[in-house]
Design a protein around this ligand. Structure first.
Ligand SMILES: [Zn+2]
Length: 339
């Protein structure tokens, strides 16, 4: 490996998910030189998971043929709500944690500064720096999968807001008094556009006697549909599935339109399992709906594009978030280092 300048430090980006931990050794230009992956095993508790994250970081460094000394900082994308200033995870239904100091704990393990930020925030930042919104100064990410996550990047940086937890795009209300969302509110984007929302609507219709090619799959106890199941039914001409997926895309377009009216970003990046499964036709539907639901001037100044990086958005964005923080406020990143 050639030596790197101080201004172009190497980073390790981590994507801490409910089922797996991904880590990548990332150079300043976004090249991934090494990767590692392990199951999260969240039932083992936060301390054990933190130790495992540290281990995956070490494995990614080893895979890159580098050493910890060459790493300036570690960025972690984690499920929130969390405090990006202190690296404390406030609550995560995903992992079952409460007020766990993930950043400080990792800094103890690794002896390096650690920056923790929301997983979808860093996913959005990853797409802005290295993916579908490359070159944009402002972008909004909307990731449609089991739920709907998102992030807002303004002037090249993640917008955290007063609560430090801004960017909950999946919980903007789209249908007042609509279906109940996991967050307790009715009619959130997540409750009408996610894969779970499509599945819930499908189950209801099938129960009412509407035919679908997915009936037998739905009847199997606890069987959950995947985005791939939905795509197969959609492409096979299942009328009910087509109707529900198109409606979900239409709602995602309403969510995008709201973001266009509020922030007028240069790009709206649409990603996640549902968007990946349906691709361009889904995106076209989102665009049509967005055009219909916002000011023409905001729509025309923006481009609605498909995410490009898949799973890499998280690790690349986490590395970028760490690099940014180190450049802006090194003393604050240092504060999460063990003493
Ligand atoms: Zn909600």
């Amino acid at each position: 490996m050639k030596p790197r300048e101080q201004s172009a430090p190497d980073m390790v980006g981590v994507d801490l998910g409910g089922t797996k931990i991904l880590a990548a050794y990332v150079s300043a230009d976004g090249t991934i030189a090494g990767r590692a992956k392990r199951p999260t095993n969240s039932h083992s508790g936060p301390d054990a998971v933190a130790a495992r994250v540290a281990q995956v970081v070490s494995e990614a460094i080893e895979a890159a043929g580098s050493s910890l000394e060459k790493v300036s900082a570690i960025g972690v994308g984690a499920p929130g709500p969390l405090d990006p200033e202190t690296g404390i995870i406030l609550t995560t239904p995903n992992l079952g944690w409460k007020n766990f100091p993930l950043g400080p704990r990792l800094a103890e393990h690794l002896g390096k500064p650690v920056v923790v930020d929301n997983d979808v925030n860093v996913g959005t930042l990853g797409e802005v720096r290295f993916g579908a919104a490359r070159g944009a100064r402002s972008a909004v990410g909307i990731f449609v999968g089991t739920g709907v996550g998102g992030g807002i990047v303004i002037d090249g940086h993640i917008h955290h807001g007063a609560s430090r937890n801004a960017g909950e795009i999946g919980h903007q209300v789209i249908v007042a008094n609509g279906p109940r969302c996991g967050c307790g509110v009715r009619g959130c984007l997540e409750a009408v556009a996610s894969r779970s929302a499509i599945e819930r609507a499908l189950r209801k219709k099938v129960k009412e006697g509407v035919r679908s090619s997915l009936e037998s799959k739905l009847k199997k106890a606890r069987a959950q549909l995947t985005s791939r199941d939905l795509r197969a039914a959609y492409q096979g001409g299942d009328k009910l599935v087509r109707k529900l997926v198109n409606r979900a895309a239409w709602y995602a377009g309403v969510g995008a339109a709201n973001m266009l009216n509020l922030f007028s970003p240069e790009r709206v990046v649409i990603g996640g399992g549902v968007a990946e499964a349906f691709g361009e036709p889904y995106l076209e539907r989102v665009r049509e709906s967005a055009r219909e639901h916002c000011f023409a001037i905001a729509y025309e100044a923006s481009r609605i594009v498909l995410a490009e990086l898949g799973d890499d958005a998280g690790v690349l964005g986490a590395a970028a978030a760490a690099r940014d923080r180190l450049a802006e406020a090194p003393q604050r990143v240092g504060a999460s280092t063990a003493r």
